[in-house]
Design a protein around this ligand. Structure first.
Ligand code: DQA
Length: 157
């Protein structure tokens, strides 16, 4: 089974209570339920992690190479600051999809630039919780179309 890693960056544990007019009223558990239901429907496995620590996110991405065929990441505030996360995604070679609840291009100038976007296959921004569902759907397509065939599939094919 193809596996997808979903990473929620800093402060996303506060979803539902943090600026609901910007980020919506659903909490992180509701987002994760939607992600798991989407993964089940598409027949892929999903691992979901939230971290407030840049180094931890870098390590998660570094370890993901062996176990996951695609990555969905909301880097949150690190979107705008983290060369380290950008480099980790690039070095991993895992196809990645960047997601944002809010439309970062319609907000303060410092949010309008993503250091992460150039090393991702694409970005979904501005659709609230739906950004995650669409981002995961895109990641499933990437995982299915690009994953290396298993040794058994190679033998039998
Ligand atoms: C965010 C947008 C970022 O600018 C912000 O720092 C976040 C959340 C979003 O999902 O809209 O924490 O990534």
């Amino acid at each position: 089974m193809r596996k997808i890693l979903v990473i929620h960056g800093p402060n996303l544990q506060l979803l539902g209570e943090r600026q609901p007019q910007v980020y919506g009223r659903q909490d992180l558990a509701a987002v994760n339920r939607l992600l798991r239901a989407t993964a089940r429907r598409r027949g892929v496995g999903v691992t979901i992690v939230q971290s407030n620590h840049e180094g931890e996110i870098v390590e998660l991405i570094g370890r993901a190479k062996r176990a996951y065929q695609a990555l969905v990441i909301n880097p949150a505030a690190y979107t705008h600051t983290s060369v380290a996360i950008r480099d980790a995604i690039e070095a991993s070679g895992i196809p990645a999809v960047e997601v944002h609840l809010s439309n970062i291009y319609a907000r303060e100038p410092f949010r309008r630039h993503s250091l992460i976007a150039p090393v991702c296959r694409g970005q979904v921004s501005g659709f609230g919780v739906t950004s995650y569902r669409l981002g995961l759907e895109a990641a499933v397509e990437l995982a299915l179309s690009e994953a290396k065939p298993s040794r058994r599939a190679r033998r039998e094919g």
